[in-house]
Design a protein around this ligand. Structure first.
Ligand code: FE
Length: 335
């Protein structure tokens, strides 16, 4: 009787070990700063194709990074998907992401959109560009990011807060290109032209221009895309600056394999699939972004905004100069 109980205990223990290790190896866990409606359709398709279930947690980039840091080696996460090269750079610097040796990712994603040490890879591109009111501004009046500091735009410029990582990355890229002194002069000239104090979102910048608070602003194009989807006749347009010089500022959303993942091989496979022709159109298109894989065209609405020369700068520099950018914007009075 005693032996029987012991045997049962051992069997039960074995069963649960089997179940938990099955659960561990058979599903992928993704922490994502991209919202559920932007990733679920992709994971559903991936599961259909591979029979590998994908469980995901969504949250703000900073919260997910903090969580991964505190979970350490015990984290259930296999893959991190987040927005902004600055955030990916920080995740890598904190040791949260492991290097990935993948010829598929190397082939699908251009070098400028991946970590030089292969700990993260861009999966979509986000152009941060100038928008203007089509009845109050002629595109001939626009030229470069820098020229938004010209006297012509006095009390007409709207910007989002410098607290947002997108603007920190934009200014970081300018420091990398022009140095601190010149960048600070540009940022000061923008601040001098502000129509109102910096706004809390790109959408507020767009709606501010519509409402007549200002005439021009800087936003990620997908926010314009959302507004245009609601109202195809919205009297706003995107302008591609710096076409005679270094090109449009482009950021990424992207992902990497979490250090301590028990499921590395599958985690890499998921990233590889997300970078493939099959997945890229959907990954970028769901949010009206640009595919990171240059063999895949953007969706029709995005194509209609026209093509542009993108800045060829390595996006890892945005992380490298981010702290300097934050201090510079503070000095320049950019709130
Ligand atoms: Fe965004």
């Amino acid at each position: 009787m005693r032996h029987k109980t012991l045997a049962m205990c051992i069997l039960t223990a074995l069963f649960f070990t089997a179940v938990s290790s099955w659960a561990k190896t058979d599903e992928l866990v993704v922490y994502s700063a991209r919202k559920e409606h932007l990733i679920k359709p992709l994971f559903d398709r991936y599961t259909e194709k591979t029979q590998v279930p994908v469980r995901y947690v969504t949250g703000k980039a900073g919260v997910l990074l903090q969580r991964l840091k505190s979970e350490g080696e015990r984290t259930p996460a296999d893959v991190l998907i987040t927005v902004d090269a600055g955030n990916l750079w920080h995740a890598a610097k904190e040791g949260i992401l492991d290097p990935v040796d993948s010829p598929v990712l190397e082939n699908n994603i251009p070098n400028q959109y991946q970590d030089p040490d292969d700990r993260w890879f861009g999966l979509s591109l986000r152009a941060r560009t100038i928008v203007y009111h089509t009845r109050r501004v002629s595109p001939d009046e626009l030229k470069t990011y820098r020229s938004l500091g010209d006297p012509r735009w006095e009390d007409r410029l709207l910007l989002r807060t410098s607290k947002k990582v997108y603007n920190q990355s934009l200014v970081a890229s300018m420091i990398a290109a022009y140095g601190q002194e010149e960048t600070e002069a540009i940022v000061r000239s923008w601040v001098d032209n502000l129509a109102v104090a910096p706004l809390s979102s790109d959408t507020k910048v767009l709606k501010g221009i519509l409402a007549g608070l200002g005439d021009v602003g800087i936003v990620n194009t997908y926010y314009f895309g959302r507004l245009q989807k609601e109202n195809p006749d919205v009297p706003l347009a995107v302008f591609w600056p710096n076409q005679d010089s270094n090109g449009v500022h482009v950021n990424i959303s992207g992902g990497g394999v979490v250090a301590g993942s028990d499921n590395r091989e599958r985690a890499v496979q998921l990233l590889e699939w997300l970078s493939s022709k099959q997945a890229q159109s959907m990954f970028a298109g769901l949010n009206m972004e640009y595919p990171a894989n240059p063999d895949v065209p953007p969706v029709e609405q995005v194509r209609d905004w026209g093509s542009f020369k993108a800045n060829p700068m390595d996006v890892s520099l945005y992380g490298k100069y981010q702290a300097k950018a934050v201090r510079l914007m503070d000095r320049a009075g950019y709130k």
